[in-house]
Design a protein around this ligand. Structure first.
Ligand SMILES: N[C@@H](CCC(=O)N[C@@H](CS)C(=O)NCC(=O)O)C(=O)O
Length: 224
């Protein structure tokens, strides 16, 4: 199987981490988001949405990180996606919740407009209002994640790691670029530390720290 990806990508890193943990062999092809390779006709033909990741399994092509995680886990019988009906439903629910709720305000609302030029609002007042709105909404989602989803559990869906954790840690760790401080949410902080302690974390996220977190080390951001 082949994965088109970029090493800094919030949505590629979960797939890479699952593959590394489960020993899933993937041929990797970088699509250079920094030079706009994803906007060129060659890649638009592969994914008209012009985004990574994209998985190819023979002549079957799949986009959407959440779906790719499910496909890989199902195909390889990963313990991170148990087949028992209710366990699986809980994992799917959490992944939908992350994708449609938290990530929208935390990633697209708060982090990306401060780090990616194409997400910055041109009008300063609009930018300010958008950040304020997103901060308030993100704080609400983080409270729910901390209290209701994680609580005293080790992982998002219980005592065992699931593909929801892989998806979620990509989304939460992107906060490191904008120096987001999660210490007000102790269960989230504990879970992040658990995920980052995985032996595969450093290698998979090498490019993320080198090319995304590193360059913004001394920048000043609107926080949470
Ligand atoms: N919903 C998609 C989102 C994919 C996505 O946002 N990919 C980003 C990298 S993290 C991308 O390719 N961005 C390029 C662009 O939008 O110009 C998924 O979960 O796979």
């Amino acid at each position: 199987m082949k994965l088109y990806y970029h090493p800094v990508s919030t949505t590629s890193r979960p797939v890479l981490l699952l593959a590394a943990d489960d020993g899933i062999a993937l041929d990797l092809e970088v699509v250079d988001l920094f030079t706009g390779a994803h906007l060129q006709p060659a890649f638009s033909g592969i994914n008209p949405s012009q985004q990574v990741p994209v998985l190819e399994d023979g002549d079957f092509r799949l986009t959407e990180s959440s779906t790719i995680l499910k496909y890989l886990a199902e195909k390889t019988g990963s313990p991170a996606y148990p087949s028992e009906l209710k366990k699986r439903a809980r994992i799917n629910e959490t992944m939908d919740w992350l994708n449609t709720g938290l990530y929208r305000e935390l990633g697209y609302g708060l982090v990306y407009p401060q780090t990616l030029p194409n997400y910055k609002r041109e009008d300063a007042a609009v930018q300010k209002a958008n950040l304020a709105w997103s901060r308030e909404k993100a704080r609400r989602w983080l409270g729910i994640l901390d209290t209701n989803i994680i609580g005293n559990r080790k992982y998002l869906c219980g005592s065992e790691i699931s593909i929801a954790d892989y998806l979620g840690i990509g989304m939460l760790s992107v906060g490191e670029v904008a120096h987001l401080d999660y210490s007000a949410w102790p269960n989230i902080s504990r879970w992040i530390a658990t995920m980052k302690a995985r032996p595969t974390w450093a290698k998979v996220n090498e490019g993320f720290y080198a090319y995304f977190v590193g360059p913004y080390k001394n920048a000043v951001f609107e926080g949470l």
